[in-house]
Ligand binder design. Structure first.
Ligand SMILES: Cc1cc2nc3c(=O)[nH]c(=O)nc-3n(C[C@H](O)[C@H](O)[C@H](O)COP(=O)(O)OP(=O)(O)OC[C@H]3O[C@@H](n4cnc5c(N)ncnc54)[C@H](O)[C@@H]3O)c2cc1C
Length: 352
C-alpha cells in the first residue's frame, strides 16, 4: 500500500484535506495535475482570512501576493451602481487572489505538513479488497486505503465510482483577462437581461472580466462578447475601451452536486462534491472548510467508524440549501427583466 489516503486534485480542497489528514498521522499522497489551469483570479469575501489561516497556517494571504479588497459595487435591481464599503464591515476586507499563486502556496503547505506531492493525472480507479488501485495517465499505479476526490468540477473519482451528479442550471461563463484600467479595489457586478457581468482586479495590473449566462441563451457565444458588453451601463465603462476586442474562453459555471458525497473508502470535497453559483463567491471557502473537515475524518473512517462522514455530509447539504436560497433572493431582487428566462428560472423554487 503506497498510502493511507490519496487526495486526487491539489486545489484548495485537496491541499486543505491533505494537511488535515497528515496532521492526524496518516500517510498522505496529494496528486497534482500540473497541466490543470487555475482561474487567473478570484475573490474571497470578508471574514475568510481566519479560515485560510486555520487550514493552511498563517501567512498565505500575503499582500505581496494578493490584493486586499476594499468593497464591492453592484448594479442589481436598478440602474445605479451601489458601492458596499468593507470599511464598515466588522469582518474586515476581502481578498482578490492570484489563484495560481494561492494554489501553489497551499500545495507547499501540504508538503510541509507531511503529504507527498505526486505529479500526475488520475485516469482510473479500481476497488481492491483493502482499498483502491489508482491508475495515472502515464500508466503508474498507486495503492491507497482511502481516496478523497478533490478534482474540482471533473469529479474524477466520484464519476468512476458511479456516484452520479445532478446539475441545477446550465450556467456557463465567458471569461477574459485584460489590462486594468480602473483603480477600484473590489469586484463589480452588473445584471443584464440574460445574465450578469463581473469584473475583478488581479495582482499585477490585470483584471478579469466575465459574463455569466445559461448555455442555451449563449447564442453566438464568444463571437457575441462585444455585442453583449456594449449595452451594459457600468461594466463597459469600468473595463475601458478594448475590452470588447479580447477573446474570452468559455467555462462551465453550473450549480451541481454529487448524488453521494461519500461511500465506502471514498469521499468528495470542494467542487467535486458540489459547486455554487459564482455570484455567492463562496466556492473557495467552502472547498477549504469542507475539504479540511473531510481530511480530518478519514482516520476515523479507516478505523471502522461507519458514520464518520454523516454529520459532515448533512452540513454540506445544509450549505447547498442555504446557497440556493441566497441565489433565489438575488434573482427576486432583479425585477427589471422579470420574464426573461435567465431570471424567471432562478426565481422558481425548484431543487436549486
Ligand atoms: C466563473 C467562476 C468564477 C468564480 N469566482 C469565484 C470567486 O470569486 N470566489 C470563490 O470563492 N469561488 C469562485 N469560483 C468557484 C471556485 O473556482 C471553486 O469553487 C474552487 O476553485 C473549488 O476548489 P477545488 O479545490 O474544489 O477545485 P479546483 O480549484 O477546481 O481544483 C481541482 C484540481 O484538481 C485537478 N484535477 C482535475 N482532474 C484531475 C485528475 N483527473 N487527476 C488529478 N488532478 C485533477 C485540477 O487540475 C485542479 O488543480 C468561481 C467559479 C467560476 C466558474
Amino acid at each position: 500500500m503506497n498510502c493511507d489516503l490519496l487526495v486526487a486534485g491539489a486545489g484548495p480542497a485537496g491541499a486543505a484535506a491533505a494537511i488535515a489528514a497528515a496532521g492526524r498521522g496518516l500517510r498522505v499522497m496529494l496528486l497534482h495535475d500540473a497541466r490543470g489551469s487555475a482561474w487567473p483570479g478570484e475573490s474571497l469575501p470578508p471574514g475568510m482570512a481566519g479560515l485560510v489561516d486555520a487550514a493552511f497556517g498563517p501567512g498565505l494571504l500575503d499582500e505581496a501576493r494578493h490584493l486586499i479588497a476594499y468593497g464591492t459595487r453592484s448594479c442589481w435591481g436598478s440602474d445605479d451602481l451601489i458601492e458596499t464599503d468593507f470599511l464598515a464591515n466588522p469582518l474586515g476586507g476581502g481578498w482578490l487572489l492570484d489563484r495560481a499563486r494561492f494554489d501553489a502556496d497551499a500545495r507547499a503547505r501540504a508538503e510541509a505538513a507531511g503529504a507527498t506531492l505526486v505529479t500526475g493525472r488520475l485516469e482510473g480507479i479500481a476497488s481492491m479488497p483493502d482499498g483502491w488501485e489508482v491508475t495515472l495517465r502515464d500508466g503508474r499505479r498507486l495503492a491507497a486505503r482511502f481516496v478523497l476526490d478533490a478534482t474540482g468540477r471533473a469529479a474524477a473519482v466520484a464519476r468512476h465510482v458511479g456516484s452520479g451528479r445532478e446539475a441545477f442550471d446550465r450556467q456557463v461563463a465567458l471569461v477574459a483577462t485584460l489590462d486594468d484600467a480602473d483603480p477600484y479595489r473590489g469586484t463589480s457586478v452588473e445584471a443584464v437581461a440574460d445574465g450578469w457581468w463581473y469584473t475583478t482586479p488581479l495582482p499585477g495590473g490585470r483584471r478579469v472580466l466575465a459574463f455569466l449566462t445559461d448555455a442555451d441563451l449563449l447564442g453566438d457565444g464568444v463571437a457575441g462578447w462585444a455585442r453583449r458588453l456594449e449595452p451594459t451601463i457600468h461594466v463597459r465603462r469600468l473595463v475601458g475601451e478594448g475590452a470588447g476586442a479580447v477573446v474570452p474562453r468559455t467555462s462551465p459555471a453550473e450549480t451541481a452536486a454529487g448524488r453521494s458525497l461519500h461511500g465506502p473508502r471514498w469521499c468528495a470535497a470542494g467542487d467535486a462534491a458540489m459547486t455554487f453559483d459564482p455570484l455567492s463567491s463562496q466556492g473557495i471557502s467552502a472547498a477549504i472548510l469542507m475539504g479540511a473537515r473531510a481530511g480530518g475524518l478519514v482516520a476515523a473512517a479507516l478505523a471502522g467508524e461507519g458514520a464518520a462522514f454523516a454529520a459532515w455530509a448533512e452540513d454540506y447539504r445544509t450549505l447547498q440549501g442555504e446557497t440556493a436560497d441566497l441565489g433565489r433572493h438575488y434573482a427576486l431582487m432583479e425585477t427589471r427583466w422579470r420574464d426573461a428566462p435567465f431570471w424567471s428560472r432562478r426565481r422558481s423554487a425548484g431543487p436549486l
